[in-house]
Design a protein around this ligand. Structure first.
Ligand SMILES: *[C@@H]1O[C@H](CO)[C@@H](O)[C@H](O)[C@H]1NC(C)=O
Ligand SMILES: *[C@@H]1O[C@H](CO)[C@@H](O)[C@H](O)[C@H]1NC(C)=O
Ligand SMILES: *[C@@H]1O[C@H](CO)[C@@H](O)[C@H](O)[C@H]1NC(C)=O
Ligand SMILES: *[C@@H]1O[C@H](CO)[C@@H](O)[C@H](O)[C@H]1NC(C)=O
Ligand SMILES: *[C@@H]1O[C@H](CO)[C@@H](O)[C@H](O)[C@H]1NC(C)=O
Ligand SMILES: *[C@@H]1O[C@H](CO)[C@@H](O)[C@H](O)[C@H]1NC(C)=O
Length: 256
């Protein structure tokens, strides 16, 4: 009721007066509590809408927001229960049945489900009250790190596939190092980022750790590779790890 009154008043107001009426208008819009969701692609995901203040709700409608016009997906009312549009029959359901709180669940998200959704509460007296919740989908990174060592060349390749696109950076010490990055988008919605580190003087890197850092959704993960000169180098690095373990064990024995 209040919202409608405010909307009608606004039409007869000057810009200056409008400012005073803006605050309550924003409050009217915030009558529905929603939360945007980031979900794993090809797994279930749920979106929820809640009415802040008690209202007499006749029907709850969920719509997918599209460029041209919103598309009805599913409704819930006491008289008709859950009614799903044919296009969404096996894709979604209302998993929290209520006229004040409503939750829809996608059984198995696909790329087309990444969108914003509107929940409409058709009320008796206050008209339509709505909220918007957006769903974004991600895929965890798959990372490959390997190197190719020849007499006068060392190439280290780090490749990460994820959604949204990951970022790659290197932690390496030394000079004469160049890197190049290639980015490829795939039809499955993921992006592969491949970075090649070219080291002109490989001898300086033998026995040292090279770290490929993958940044995805605010998390940095380190992938570490020790450059070894053939099998012997590999053995040496393992021997060193063992020696360190023995020394550590001895130290803790002495300390106790
Ligand atoms: C979800 O969809 C993907 C892709 O179509 C499929 O590979 C996967 O098995 C499905 N998961 C479930 C639980 O149905
Ligand atoms: C959807 O949810 C309603 C209410 O819980 C239930 O009656 C109905 O069987 C469900 N439909 C499907 C296809 O799971
Ligand atoms: C709706 O959800 C809120 C918060 O989770 C809860 O406090 C309230 O009791 C629920 N109302 C109804 C009618 O289910
Ligand atoms: C290293 O990468 C460069 C450029 O991608 C390539 O030209 C060169 O052949 C590579 N060297 C080795 C040893 O793989
Ligand atoms: C890789 O290349 C970028 C851009 O050319 C540069 O800023 C960065 O320092 C390079 N990283 C390494 C480890 O050489
Ligand atoms: C997406 O496609 C790329 C390229 O075909 C593939 O490497 C990657 O594993 C795929 N990812 C998923 C989650 O299917």
């Amino acid at each position: 009721m209040q919202c409608l009154v405010f909307r009608r008043l606004v039409c007869h107001l000057s810009t200056f007066q409008l400012i005073w009426f803006l605050a309550p208008l924003i409050l009217c819009r915030a009558q529905v509590v929603t939360q945007d969701v980031r979900g794993l692609l090809n797994t279930p995901a749920s979106l929820r809408c809640s009415l802040k203040n008690p209202q007499e709700v006749l029907i709850v409608t969920w719509q997918k927001i599209k460029a041209v016009s919103p598309e009805n997906m599913i409704t819930y009312s006491e008289n008709h229960g859950v009614v799903v549009q044919p296009a969404y029959k096996d894709k979604i359901n209302i998993t929290q049945l209520g006229l004040m709180n409503s939750t829809i669940t996608f059984w198995n998200t696909t790329l087309e489900d990444e969108a914003c959704y509107k929940c409409l509460f058709n009320t008796f007296g206050s008209g339509k009250i709505s909220g918007i919740a957006c769903l974004t989908l991600f895929v965890q990174p798959t990372v490959f790190l390997h190197y190719k060592l020849s007499e006068d060349h060392l190439n280290i390749t780090c490749s990460a596939n994820a959604r949204p696109a990951p970022m790659i950076s290197w932690k390496v010490f030394g000079s004469g190092i160049e890197n190049s990055t290639e980015i490829v988008s795939h039809p499955n919605g993921t992006t592969s980022v491949t970075s090649i580190l070219q080291i002109k003087d490989p001898k300086t890197q033998v026995g040292k750790d090279v770290i490929c850092q993958v940044l995805h959704l605010g998390t940095v993960t380190d992938y570490r590779e020790t450059v070894n000169k053939g099998k012997r180098g590999f053995l040496w690095s393992h021997l060193w790890t063992h020696t360190c373990k023995v020394v550590n064990a001895l130290q803790s024995l002495l300390a106790s």
